[in-house]
Ligand binder design. Structure first.
Ligand code: HEC
Length: 231
């Protein structure tokens, strides 16, 4: 029986064109160790070129209107993370017409209403998500600006959207916020460059005083897209 490769070459004119390449590739592919070493060197060179720009601050164009999260919003961001909202929701509008049309229905975010790197400078970690079981939330502040709507929706999504499959989170509006945890989080963020002032740190416990985790989550949702709206 003829070798399968030969057979393919005979039958496929397209493959014929690549036979010259096999003179280089076959000797490499048949020497596993040498091939591994060469590929490792190639990847290391690629890494040397690609990794440093990752740390260059100048690569991210700052947006002056984007401000750090307040103490209450930050507490809400923690709830968003611990409840895994990002498993069903993204926070990134890609530069495609069908996305920008959908998430900036009223053209409130300028001529290029997709998400920019500068919008995420205070996000540690990013909560971009990758699955849209629910809608993207990047512009939630303008798509649904009512805190009362968000509260009712989180307590029972079916009440606001009868066909909704989103889980209900009623208990969040009974759980208090731990002020010392929020202050610790703000201090940690400050050490990695989020510009919280001493006043903001001092006032944080008063800001979350008497508020529930649900209130914080609503505050967080109303921060999404607020800073870049109309800019
Ligand atoms: C199982 C998937 C799922 C999870 C988990 C989930 N959602 Fe949803 N979410 C949805 C779906 C589906 C919708 C669309 C129907 C609706 O509005 O209820 C939605 C809608 C929303 C909306 C309304 C968006 C709009 O503009 O209409 C908000 C706000 C929201 N979710 C926030 C959250 C938050 C906050 C959490 C975490 C506490 C969360 N979701 C968890 C699936 C999910």
């Amino acid at each position: 029986m003829p070798n399968q490769n030969d057979n393919q070459h005979d039958n496929n004119a397209e493959n014929q064109k690549l036979t010259w390449y096999e003179k280089f590739s076959h000797p490499l592919e048949y020497r596993g160790l040498r091939f591994t070493i060469y590929t490792t060197i190639a990847i290391l060179i690629g890494g040397l070129v690609e990794i440093p720009p990752f740390f260059l601050q100048g690569n991210v164009q700052k947006i002056a209107s984007v401000k750090p999260y307040s103490a209450l919003e930050l507490a809400g961001r923690d709830v968003y993370q611990s409840e895994g909202c990002f498993y069903c929701h993204t926070q990134m509008i890609r530069p495609f017409k069908w996305e920008t049309d959908r998430w900036d229905i009223n053209r409130e975010y300028g001529a290029e209403p997709y998400s920019k790197a500068g919008e995420y400078v205070y996000d540690h970690p990013f909560l971009w998500g990758s699955k849209r079981t629910g809608p993207d939330l990047s512009h939630e502040a303008s798509l649904q600006p009512s805190a009362a709507w968000h509260k009712a929706h989180l307590i029972n999504p079916r009440e606001m959207v009868p066909t909704s499959i989103m889980p209900a989170y009623p208990w969040l509006f009974e759980k208090p916020i731990k002020a010392d945890e929020v202050v610790a989080r703000m201090n940690a963020l400050k050490t990695i460059g989020v510009p919280y002032s001493d006043d903001e740190l001092k006032n944080a416990p008063a800001e979350v005083e008497g508020k529930t985790q649900g209130d914080a989550l609503v505050a967080y949702l109303l921060k999404l897209g607020r800073d870049t709206k109309g800019k």
